[in-house]
Design a protein around this ligand. Structure first.
Ligand code: PMT
Length: 403
């Protein structure tokens, strides 16, 4: 996701500086070109050699300022960076940037860059909540600097509160989001994900194997591309992505009600959820006891949510998924036409690594003309990205969002 991107990572002097080593690795794993600048205090917490080894690039510190042509180099870093990340950022560096002070290599380079700057504060909770620090953060936010807020928890100084450096995954996600072109800005994308649970007593239900990974990948990718995303999800163990409106539901009926509440405002609806077609006709008040012989559950039909949307969708883009074990393309195309979808994404379950639970999927995307595009096995994030390319094209053709 970060191939060809130049990240300048600025590290300042706090105990969380050791986490910058992991962050550097995470950026490099995403194929970014990482250059590190350390404040003098940061070098007391972690050595430049560690960061140099992990980034594969020279590390810049103030001690270099006496030795060579650092001045030209830091200007070149400021100019070539696609993004500047300050992690951890102390109250001191935040205060300096907010006040326009450039008195060392790091603050000078931040001042000289035109790239987006992402600041990840980490400090003692009393410092973080100090009104001066908060005023500086507010001032910088108003000026367009981006922040990943610190989280709550036990701090290195022994106190509890907000001030811990945000989880590295959150910082990485924010960097990717900032660097992704916002070609879906203005679109309201409604996504359903995960399984539904259809209970027949207080402790048992009928469900399926959906993990939610495919639907959540759509939510992440649509958000990265600038859409306002509402994610309606059945029960999963996947963490809800940040920056999206998240609605938790359990049964198909709950999912239907939640979807219908959001249809009006949506320009795009993507139904990835594996919705149970049937639910138990009755629900016992207490746990059903085991008895001799067979046990029968009578099932009744659940609402067909996508069919209901298909009837009222107007020019919204409607994308469904198909899960078939035989005649995949024929059955998927029939579903697309019968339910008035614009695209249907058919899971190729014959490919190992496709469908439920995996981080990867192999799909075919079918449109109303019957055109079939076959995608090779790829990560669910990449599947979502490719399908969103098709969605974007349809939005453009329909002039969505309407002015
Ligand atoms: O969650 P993962 O583990 O990542 O797995 C992803 C997935 C395999 C669940 C996903 O890729 C997928 O295929 N989801 C849809 C599975 C499914 O329910 O297929 P279907 O052929 O039964 O339904 C067709 C379409 O109708 C789907 O868009 C479904 O959301 C929708 N539907 C189905 C039944 C119903 N009562 N209401 C609906 O809206």
């Amino acid at each position: 996701m970060l191939e060809g991107k130049k990240i300048v990572l600025g590290i300042t002097g706090g105990i969380a500086a050791y986490k910058s080593a992991e962050l550097t690795r995470a950026f490099v794993k995403q194929r970014a070109d990482v250059s590190v600048i350390m404040s003098r205090n940061a070098t007391e917490f972690i050595t430049p050699l560690t960061l140099q080894t992990l980034s594969g690039n020279p590390v810049y510190t103030d001690t270099f300022s006496l030795t060579g042509d650092w001045e030209m180099e830091h200007i070149s870093l400021a100019e070539t960076a696609h993004i500047f990340v300050l992690a951890p950022a102390t109250a001191n560096i935040i205060g300096k940037i907010a006040s326009g002070i450039a008195d060392d290599l790091l603050s000078t380079t931040v001042m000289a860059t035109k790239a987006p700057v992402l600041i990840c504060p980490a400090m003692n909770t009393n410092m973080y909540t100090n009104s001066l620090v908060q005023a500086n953060i507010q001032k910088l936010s108003n000026l367009g600097y981006c922040f990943v807020d610190p989280t709550c928890g036990e701090l290195a100084c022994g106190t509890e509160g907000q001030g811990r450096l945000a989880p590295l995954d959150n910082i990485l996600e924010e960097v990717i989001t900032i660097l992704t072109p916002k070609d879906l800005r203005g679109q309201n994308v409604l996504i359903t994900a995960g399984p539904t649970r259809e209970p027949f007593d207080p402790v048992r239900f009928i469900s399926n194997y959906s993990s939610g990974k495919m639907g959540y990948a759509f939510a992440i990718m649509a958000k990265r591309r600038g859409a306002a995303v509402t994610l309606i999800s059945g029960p999963t163990s996947v963490t809800a992505p940040s920056g999206v409106t998240f609605v938790a539901v359990s049964s198909a009926v709950e999912m239907r009600d939640a979807v219908m509440k959001h249809v009006d405002e949506s320009t795009v609806i993507i139904k990835v959820a594996a919705v149970a077609d049937y639910r138990p006709a009755s629900m016992a008040d207490s746990k059903i006891k085991k008895e001799k012989g067979e046990f029968t559950i009578t099932l009744e039909q659940n609402p067909d949510i996508i069919a209901e949307i298909g009837k009222i969708k107007g020019d919204r883009v409607l994308v469904g998924f198909a899960m078939e074990t035989e005649d995949l393309l024929k059955n998927a195309y029939n579903k697309l036409m019968a339910k008035n979808m614009d695209l249907i994404v058919a899971n190729d379950l014959s490919r190992p690594g496709s469908g439920f639970q995996y981080d990867t999927n192999s799909v075919r995307v079918i449109d109303r003309s019957g055109d079939v595009r076959k995608f090779p096995l790829m990560s669910k994030i990449n599947v979502a990205d490719r399908v969103l390319d098709r969605v974007k094209k349809l939005c453009d053709e329909r002039g969505l969002p309407r002015p």
